[in-house]
Design a protein around this ligand. Structure first.
Ligand SMILES: [Zn+2]
Length: 341
């Protein structure tokens, strides 16, 4: 297996016959059996695009979910989606969110059939993404547990059941998306990392956590402008993660103000370095991708470095996302050639 195994953070845009492009929470355009079939066709296309671009560890492009957090929660008991409350998401923007009104429970598998389908359509290593417990808590109004920590712990137990079933479907990497880890540092320290470790308990496959600065939507772009010249948020979480049971850390790097030397704090872990920016339509050149990888190689050994995207690409157009996948694949090829010199 060549060094610098390449992967993506998770999502890809959906075909326009499945959901309207360029929006989050886009509604499905198909129903019933046609929707089921449409989602599977979209997964096939997402996998084919990744394989054509030379991505080694492929995802289903999150083609079977409307949103990376909400779709999972919709499948659980105890959450009322009819009566919503306005809360501030990650201290950044207001959203009408569902309410936790009773004990939350997972009565049936959520993505397990989708994971089996992904396994059946590719020979490559496959990665599956799930929302992280703290990020789930942050998108809900809780009138039942009345404790972010308690609710997160219940979510972690539920996520663990789901992750064990996804692993049994033959998936090689299970990743938890925790953008909230870039905001609530005291909670990350006090219970966030321990809760995430509960979610991966007993897994033998690779485990990952993705922490980023968000999609290129206006609320995130405005927030990033307030963070100053150097983004040092990772400095608080990486030392904790380096000591944790999580195997891989996926982070934002390309075109960001993250000082690259912060990845040295992840000593001993696999580092999924974002070498493609998802917050702009400008497509990176292979040389730019290779330069980001090369910079990361000063701090992380090649066998622990996995070139990746900064975040999910769902808000982008398909043509831009495909071009960025190819830039990633081509940039990795350049970096590998460099390593052989
Ligand atoms: Zn992200």
């Amino acid at each position: 297996m060549p060094l610098l195994q390449t992967t993506i953070a998770g999502s890809l845009p959906k075909p326009s016959w499945l959901a309207p492009p360029n929006q989050l929470w886009a509604p499905w355009l198909l129903e019933g059996e046609r929707l089921t079939e449409g989602k599977r066709d979209a997964v096939r296309l997402a996998v084919a695009d990744q394989e054509a671009a030379g991505i080694d560890i492929v995802s289903d492009g999150e083609q079977t979910r409307r949103h990376f957090v909400t779709t999972f929660i919709e499948n659980l008991d105890g959450v009322d989606f009819q009566h919503r409350k306005t809360v501030r998401i990650r201290n950044r923007y207001d959203a009408d969110v569902p309410m936790v009104v009773d004990s939350v429970a997972r009565r049936h598998p959520v993505y397990v059939e989708d994971a089996k389908f992904l396994r059946s359509v590719t020979q490559r290593k496959a990665k599956y993404t799930l929302p992280g417990p703290m990020t789930m808590v942050d998108t809900l109004y809780d009138v039942h547990y009345r404790s972010r920590q308690k609710l997160a712990w219940v979510f972690a137990e539920i996520l663990n059941e789901e992750a064990l079933a996804i692993e049994a479907a033959g998936i090689d990497v299970i990743q938890f998306d925790e953008p909230a880890f870039n905001v609530y540092f005291e909670e990350v320290r006090d219970w966030g990392v321990a809760t995430l470790e509960r979610a991966v308990q007993g897994l033998r496959c690779k485990t990952a956590v993705h922490i980023c600065y968000g999609y290129g939507i206006k609320a995130n772009i405005d927030w990033k402008k307030t963070l100053g010249q150097e983004w040092r948020q990772y400095e608080q979480t990486f030392p904790l993660l380096a000591r944790s049971a999580i195997g891989q850390i996926s982070l934002e790097c390309a075109n960001s103000h993250v000082p690259i030397e912060l990845i040295a704090l992840l000593d001993g872990k696999d580092v999924l370095v974002g070498a493609v920016d998802v917050a702009t339509d400008r497509v990176e050149s292979p040389e730019e991708v290779a330069a980001t990888i090369c910079a990361a190689l000063q701090y992380v050994p090649a066998e622990c470095l996995y070139p990746c995207t900064n975040c999910g690409m769902v808000p982008l157009s398909r043509s831009v996302a495909r071009a960025k996948l190819h830039a990633l694949g081509a940039g990795v090829a350049l970096a590998r050639a460099d390593l052989r010199k």
